[in-house]
Design a protein around this ligand. Structure first.
Ligand code: SF4
Ligand code: SF4
Ligand code: FES
Length: 528
């Protein structure tokens, strides 16, 4: 370790680490110590090209760039003196020579580093007499991203990202000197599963996503921390919310889970929250054999009556349960208790599998398969096998993953059942065979925790309210338990209370309650 002093603040940092990185790791960068920077990014290689991060180091004759200067024991750094201020002002003036201050119409206004730094370090008036460079403003570089070459300050973050993270290298710097522009090779567009991250890491408004471009000004958004539920990685995101609608996902840094990246598919999965195919009403199959809209309470009572009838006539062993890997740990904990109290012998979890890669994308397309397993729900194959043998009369199924080819591949296996109680967030073929339909909430509407594929327990808080009566799965199961007069189901569902009970009752989750895991999450307790 090295002891250094920055603006009079004594710090102990890793010996040999670059100064900017060391300050970032120490948690003081842009908080206690302000060093503006463009080209440096904590997860990319060092470029050293923007020259904005210059600082004075005692004993060094010239200013040094903080992103590429290793710390040494005893180093004394000044970031707020006249020399440094003059350097920042000079670099900012030079960058503004050719960058149009498009702020009123630029999509990045409000979260643009150039806007911030121009305000902080820029001159009031331009001294240039020559006209600005005129470059292409709407370059279609690929299916997800638009480039404004005029706004680019050539920090090369996007170029390094494509080379170093997905390894696809689509973006390049073309031309030299003041003719340099970011571009793609002809017929080789920016098109990889992580392409939209370049819009987040572009410090100015040069790269924007086609999806979010001109949708809403960013200062109308509230950024709610949450997780992407598109796969078992559980990447950390900010949900940008306005008008009770999630307008976008942006990555949230969590070095233990997703560094600072998310995949394009996950990023766009926010659209499922307010999708037209959300299951929005409780339903009951009536005498005519069609589903009819009913109140939630009536549907719950009908589900309880039908399950009671099966249990009394044939025994609880004839009731199967399929848990959802999209549910929270708290939901699954309640469902586990429900199965035990009811005497259910056949319960499992159905998880759709798909593409995976070496970066983030996990084959399991659900956020909480690991949580379901930790709660004792093994693969739903055993449930399916019993269904096929006709050994079940009733099924309580949460989520539609059961219809994946790996399980039933369709609803045929369910047609002969006496009762199918279906809890879900989106419409699926299960609607054809369900007797009782109970709409549930998606993660963005929930309080609770999820366990990702590496055993990291993370939490979500409600970002939006559903426009219809959808309830947390745990709340539905708890109400069902109450209607069935099961032991331990005397009181309703409270996610934080349940989280506390889970962390006290299941050793793996010890100390992993909603309140304890915080926004960064915590790994599951090691098994003894
Ligand atoms: S497009 Fe953005 S990220 Fe890429 S070099 Fe230009 S300013 Fe940097
Ligand atoms: S890798 Fe998975 S969790 Fe991460 S953003 Fe993509 S789909 Fe979402
Ligand atoms: S951040 Fe150091 S030179 Fe760009």
């Amino acid at each position: 370790m090295a002891r250094i002093t920055v603006d009079g603040i004594p710090l102990e940092v890793e010996d040999g680490a670059m100064l900017l990185e060391a300050l970032d790791d120490a948690g003081v960068l842009m908080r206690d110590v302000t060093i503006p920077h463009y080209c440096w990014h904590p997860k990319l290689s060092i470029d050293g090209s923007c020259r904005l991060c210059q600082v004075e180091i005692e004993g060094a004759p010239k200013l040094q760039i903080a992103c590429n200067t290793p710390v040494e024991d005893g180093m004394v750094v000044h970031t707020e003196n006249e020399r440094v201020a003059a350097a920042r002002a000079g670099v900012t003036e030079m960058l503004l020579v050719n960058h149009p201050l498009d702020c009123p119409i630029c999509d990045q206004a409000g979260e643009c580093k150039l806007q911030d730094y121009a305000f902080e370090y820029g001159a009031l008036q331009s001294r240039t007499r020559e006209p600005r460079r005129a470059l292409a403003k709407n370059v279609d570089v690929g299916p997800t991203i638009v480039l404004d070459q005029e706004r680019c300050i050539l920090c090369r973050r996007c170029v390094r990202f494509c080379r170093e993270v997905p390894g696809t290298g689509e973006l390049v710097v073309r031309g030299r000197g003041d003719r340099s522009v970011i571009d793609t090779f002809p017929d080789e567009p920016l098109d990889n599963p992580y392409s939209m991250n370049v819009a987040d890491l572009c410090p100015v408004g040069a790269l924007t996503t086609k999806d979010f471009r001109f949708k809403i000004r960013v200062w109308f958004l509230e950024d709610v921390p949450g997780i992407c539920t598109g796969c078992a990685r559980g990447c950390n995101v900010y949900l940008g919310v306005a008008d009770n609608k999630v307008q976008r996902y942006q990555p949230r840094r969590n070095d233990a889970v997703n560094d600072t990246w998310i995949c394009d598919a996950g990023r766009l999965s926010y659209k499922e929250i307010g999708a037209a195919d959300r299951l929005s009403t409780a339903m009951l199959r009536g005498d005519l054999g069609v589903l009819e809209v009913v109140g939630f309470r009536d549907a719950l009572q009908a589900a309880a009556d039908r399950l009671t009838r099966v249990r009394q006539a044939r025994g609880a062993s004839r009731i199967g349960v399929v848990a959802s890997p999209h549910a929270t740990n708290e939901d699954l904990f309640v469902l586990r208790r429900f199965c035990d109290a009811l005497g259910v012998e056949t319960a499992g979890v159905a998880v759709v599998r798909g593409d995976a890669d070496d970066l983030l994308l996990h084959a399991e397309k659900a956020a909480n398969a690991a949580g379901a397993r930790a709660m004792g729900f093994e693969d739903a194959a055993a449930v399916c096998e019993k269904l096929r043998r006709g050994a079940l009369d009733a099924l309580l199924v949460a989520g539609h993953d059961l219809l994946d080819a790996a399980y039933l591949g369709g609803v045929d296996g369910l047609g002969d059942l006496d009762t199918v109680v279906w809890l879900d967030t989106h419409v699926s073929d299960l609607q054809r065979v369900a007797d009782v339909v109970l709409p549930t909430r998606v993660a963005a509407e929930r309080t609770g925790t999820y366990t990702n594929a590496t055993g990291h327990v993370q939490r979500v808080t409600p970002a939006v309210e559903p426009a219809f009566d959808a309830r947390a799965e745990g709340a539905v199961i708890a109400a069902l338990g109450q209607a069935l007069h099961l032991d331990g189901f005397e009181v309703g569902f409270d996610a934080r209370e349940t989280s506390r009970a889970l962390s006290e009752g299941v050793p793996l989750f010890r100390g992993r309650s909603f309140d304890a895991v915080g926004d960064a999450g915590l790994p599951l307790e090691e098994e003894a």
